[in-house]
Design a protein around this ligand. Structure first.
Ligand code: GP9
Ligand code: MN
Length: 617
């Protein structure tokens, strides 16, 4: 013990503060640890950060050193403690915008006293100890020669990089995608998370401040010239006053529909349902890094997701004029049902911007070991437990159910699997089919529940696939399954996901026209009879004859009535044969221009300048 006390104070402070942080992460926050590597990273990251934080002291003059260690000890402890108090109330971490009061959610109000525990005082013990040592010990500070200084700082930087490397290895694209604040804290620690969050926040702020109203004019002109079509159809207003129920079918791609494995249908329910629904067989997902959240954004905001990060994470405070917000004026109540952490994809914050009234997240569900499959609550129980909430909300409503079971890596116990796995060199593809079937069965059961509870007749149910489940990495196995070699053309065609619009009482109709997730906003408003003379949007109503002539994917690939463009090659859409580039060229520039306009709208938060009230009919 004596030897420990003899260590330089910056090192004692590093170790004590690192240990304290670890204890808070491990026992006071509820961070899910799924494997030993995650356990290890969680142990490493508090020390990596703490050692770097305090070892900087060795670069300073003696008096400065003392002051620096004291200030760091107090401020880092307070930061940790404020997060703990906040976490006890919100099960989330403080964000920079909460800190700046951008969001009212920061108001802990009168509950603050209930969040402070007597024994919290223990979290300050190390601060007192370090202060004591700095005061009492003659040799509490160090004077290292330059070489040793560099060694100390070099060592701490190495630790930090090792931490970042392991984090990125365990969760690829952690910094690009952000995922969830919990992930960031778990993998790189609270302090690095705050630096990351502050950086992202400042970047968006600067872009927003630089933007001005005039940028909107060019975009308005573009929309008027290229997107405003005559959008009338027989179905206009058919959904007026009815409940709208969206089902986001996790990772379900179109290629599974009407196909079999060992003679067994993969999606028997959806196959039957499309016979009695409006079904779009050439409907493409347009998502990017934000996966499910990007699909939600496309469908509700009617804009493209961003090229370099999930817009739910990067621009949650923008003005969007999304569907839930629009229909509020028409007396609709809106809610999302999804049994995952509310902060995943920053949904709790973003849903407010989209205008949602309520989010039934994981805490509304009874989730335990026996009803979890893969990522969380299994889809069947998810729907079962949701029905009571659905029955309790005011009608008419606009709701979205986000399924989860068919999520990579598609794990399913044998007892839950009702069709065979596939047999190929890709376990991912092999496992995919039974989980797709599981979601198909869950949706079937949900339809039964809707019928039993009398909701079905007054509702319109829209099922869509959020994004691909099987990436190009599995092309060899995919080729085996589809019985053909996968070309770049097929890669694009594999981005098709189901879109089923089920209106009870309507006969089924199959559409082969090209369609994208971005078209759902105008389509939904059309069905609801809430059209606009003018709106800033990049999709067109799927039921009108007169439509925008292309579907743009986020990477600049596009599909037209006749062609598919990818990897600088133009293909015939129906045959997949390569054709002259001159066929695709007329669209190329417009696609890029449209994506750019959408990005600029988001970066500059330009919709805050648009007066939507004047545009409504
Ligand atoms: C997580 C769920 C799945 O809440 O939406 O997310 P994904 O990885 O598909 O974007
Ligand atoms: Mn998804």
């Amino acid at each position: 013990m004596k030897n420990v006390i003899k260590l330089p104070v910056f090192l004692i402070a590093s170790l004590l503060f690192g240990l304290k942080t670890y204890i808070v992460y491990r026992f006071l926050f509820d961070l899910k640890l799924e494997n030993t590597l995650q356990e290890f990273i969680l142990f490493l990251n508090p020390f990596a950060t703490s050692i770097l934080l305090f070892s900087i002291a060795v670069l300073m003059k003696p008096q400065r050193q003392k002051k620096y260690i004291k200030i760091m000890m107090i401020s880092a402890t307070l930061l940790l403690y404020f997060n703990l108090v906040y976490y006890r109330n919100f099960t989330d971490f403080i964000t920079f915008s909460v800190f700046l009061q951008v969001n009212n959610a920061s108001d802990l109000g009168s509950s603050i006293l209930t969040l402070i525990k007597f024994w919290d005082v223990l979290l300050f013990l190390d601060v007192f100890l370090v202060f004591y040592l700095l005061k009492k010990r003659e040799d509490s500070i160090v004077f290292y020669p330059l070489r040793k200084k560099l060694q100390v700082v070099g060592f701490s930087l190495t630790l930090l990089f090792a931490n970042l490397f392991l984090a990125e290895m365990e969760r690829p694209m952690l910094f690009l995608r952000g995922f969830d604040r919990e992930y960031l804290v778990k993998y790189v620690g609270l302090f690095n998370y705050h630096i990351y969050d502050a950086f992202m926040h400042s970047k968006t702020r600067v872009q927003k401040v630089m933007a001005d109203e005039s940028e909107l004019v060019e975009i308005e002109d573009y929309v008027q010239d290229h997107i405003d079509y005559d959008e009338h159809s027989d179905l206009e207003g058919v959904a007026r006053g009815k409940n709208i129920i969206y089902i986001s079918a996790e990772s379900v791609q179109s290629f599974v529909l009407n196909r079999t494995i060992n003679g067994q249908e993969i999606t028997p329910f959806l196959n039957d349902l499309i016979e009695e629904s409006y079904y779009f067989e050439n409907f493409y997902h347009q998502t990017n890094l934000g996966k499910t959240s990007d699909s939600e954004f496309l469908i509700e905001a009617g804009l493209y997701p961003l090229p370099n990060g999930p817009v739910f994470m990067t621009h949650p405070h923008n003005e969007y004029h999304a569907v839930p917000e629009i229909i509020k004026d028409y007396g609709y109540y809106s809610a999302v049902f999804h049994a995952n952490n509310k902060s995943f994809w920053n949904r709790d914050v973003m849903y407010e911007s989209l205008g949602y009234d309520h989010f039934y997240s994981k805490r509304y569900y009874n989730v335990h070991e026996d009803n979890i499959i893969g990522w969380g609550l299994n889809d069947k129980v998810f729907f079962e437990q949701s029905i009571k909430y659905l029955q309790s909300i005011p009608e008419p409503y606009y709701v979205k159910f986000i399924t989860l079971t068919n999520h990579f890596p598609f794990e399913l116990d044998e007892k839950d699997a009702n069709i065979d796995q596939y047999d190929s060199n890709s376990n991912t593809l092999n496992h995919y089919f039974p989980t797709v079937r599981y979601t198909d069965e869950a949706i079937q059961q949900f339809f039964e529940l809707l019928k039993q509870s009398g909701i079905y007749e007054d509702s319109i149910i829209i099922i869509y696939g959020d994004h691909y489940g099987i990436s190009e990495y599995h092309n060899k196995a995919m080729g085996q399954f589809l019985g053909k070699e996968i070309t770049p053309y097929d890669n694009v065609q594999l981005q098709r996901v189901p879109l089923i619009i089920h209106i009870p009482g309507h006969e089924g109709k199959k559409f082969d026209k090209i369609a994208g997730q971005i078209d759902l906003k105008p389509t939904m408003l059309h069905l609801l009879g809430m059209e606009y003379d003018q709106d800033i949007r990049f999709g067109t109503n799927l039921f009108s004859e007169d439509r925008k002539p292309f579907v743009a994917l986020r990477n600049g690939d596009f599909i037209t009535d006749e062609y598919v463009f990818t990897e600088n090659i133009c293909y015939d859409r129906l045959t997949g044969a390569e054709v002259e580039m001159s066929n695709c060229e007329p669209f190329e520039e417009q696609v890029l221009q449209e994506l750019q306009h959408s990005d600029n709208l988001i970066y500059g938060d330009l919709l805050r300048f648009y007066n939507f009230d004047d545009q409504e009919k």
